[in-house]
Design a binder for this molecule. Structure first.
Ligand SMILES: [Zn+2]
Length: 435
């Protein structure tokens, strides 16, 4: 039985899907105007792992996982103008980077990846509903959701009105009836990407995109809605308000799962703070995608994750150990201890510590649930054929011999042999050459 912490009810709850043969999960995906950073990769890896767990427990075909691509947005438009190209050039480029970067971290593609620019019809249809029902209004080419019209507004974030307005103060647009009102549709100026609508030529607001895609692809109520903590307010609060008001008050999602931030020192990693580290940089430095994936899973997902060089080095060492212990053995059965830890609100630190205690082929099957140990032993140690890491292994072997641990010493010799390195023991110590 899987248990998940639900942000809406503020408690860990047993996961009981509406239909165990068609479990629905939606995760807010990337706005494709720049390279993803490690903080952006955390939800991608986390929900990829949750998808693996659900498919393990309910069956391979049990889950429909949708993650959207926001391919129309003011930042994309600004980048396109700066480069003198169409917005689609920017969004296609960074979507491909996103797919490649996440793929390197072992993130499998979602079942569906709806694109905002291909869902304008469903978005317009969804905007019309709250207008008809008196929850939204048109003003100066904009359509706005009227927050005071929804008595349940704030149920997810539990913010009071003061806190909700804190960000809006001083810059309230004149066409808003209430300062908390948010945009469903906005006009596009001449020469800016736009679509015809009952309210003139324009483009959708960001929040409506997710509500429309959820309704269009998954249904009025989904099982799991996921994303980073920073999306709780206003994004997910707004999704709930517009979806419930449009669909007769049915809940939008039954479980709300939010991951914590990746920190750089004392600050959250963010593009606007300029303190980002990207998977593409780390991969270019020679780190393996699995090392970064393990680093992202090393803390519990609801906790902040401080990103440091030490964390990356420790993750590599952990994987080296796991690969050595698994060797070329065939994957065994998934270990109950590991899967139980994951079923308990995705307790990855506990799952990883239990994984480290397994021997032989046993870690392999369990590690696959976490998206680890996906390459062969030889492939994993291939990059280790550089001089400094060979010297380090020789030292490790000398120490093992000194401790009369000849099994380890022999294993290191064999492992180096698999990557084409031959050790020769002589009077002056051990030397090496390439085969
Ligand atoms: Zn969303």
């Amino acid at each position: 039985m899987i248990r998940l912490y639900d942000t809406l009810s503020r408690e860990k709850r047993e996961f009981v899907p509406q239909d165990p043969k068609r479990i629905t999960m939606y995760v807010c995906g990337p706005t494709v105007y720049g390279r993803a950073h490690i903080g952006n990769a955390r939800p991608a890896v986390l929900f990829d792992m949750l998808a693996r767990l659900i498919r393990n427990d309910f069956g391979p075909g049990s889950l429909v996982y949708a993650r959207n691509v926001t391919d129309v947005d003011d930042k994309i438009i600004a980048s396109a103008e700066a480069e003198g190209v169409e917005p689609s050039v920017i969004s296609a480029r960074y979507e491909q980077h996103y797919v490649d970067d996440m793929g390197a971290l072992g993130v499998e593609p979602p079942t569906i990846a709806p694109h905002a620019t291909r869902e304008i019809g469903p978005m317009i249809a969804l905007i019309e509903r709250p207008i008809e029902l008196g929850h939204a209004y048109e003003a100066e080419g904009h359509v706005l959701f009227n927050v005071p019209s929804d008595p349940d507004y704030g149920i997810l974030s539990r913010r009071d009105r003061e806190a909700m307005l804190a960000g809006a103060r001083g810059e309230v647009a004149p066409y808003k009836q209430d300062p908390a009102d948010f945009i469903l549709w906005k006009p596009s100026e001449e020469g800016v990407i736009g679509w015809d609508s009952p309210w003139g030529r324009g483009r959708p607001g960001w929040h409506i995109e997710c509500s429309a895609m959820i309704h269009n692809h998954l249904g009025p109520t989904i099982d799991i809605h996921g994303g980073g903590l920073d999306l709780i307010f206003p994004h997910h609060e707004n999704e709930i308000a517009q979806s419930r008001c449009a669909h007769g008050g049915v809940p939008l999602a039954r479980y709300w799962v939010h991951n914590g931030f990746v920190d750089m020192g004392a600050e959250k990693m963010s593009k606007s703070l300029g303190n980002i580290v990207t998977p593409s940089e780390l991969l270019a430095q020679g780190h393996h995608g699995e090392t970064l994936r393990l680093a992202l899973l090393s803390a519990h997902y609801r906790q902040p994750l401080p990103w440091t060089e030490t964390l990356v080095a420790q993750s590599k060492a952990t994987l080296d150990r796991l690969y050595r212990s698994a060797g070329e053995a065939q994957p065994g059965e998934v270990a109950e201890g590991v899967i139980d830890a994951l079923r308990d609100d995705l307790n990855t630190p506990l799952a990883l510590s239990r994984l480290s205690q397994l021997e032989g082929g046993a870690p392999k099957a369990s590690a696959r649930l976490l998206g680890l140990l996906g390459v062969s032993h030889a492939e994993w140690f291939q990059g280790d054929g550089d001089a400094s890491s060979i010297e380090a292994r020789i030292e490790e072997r000398a120490l093992a011999k000194k401790n009369r641990d000849f099994a380890t010493a022999d294993r290191i010799r064999e492992e180096l042999k698999t990557v084409g390195i031959v050790l020769e023991d002589g009077a002056g110590g051990t030397t090496w050459r390439r085969e």
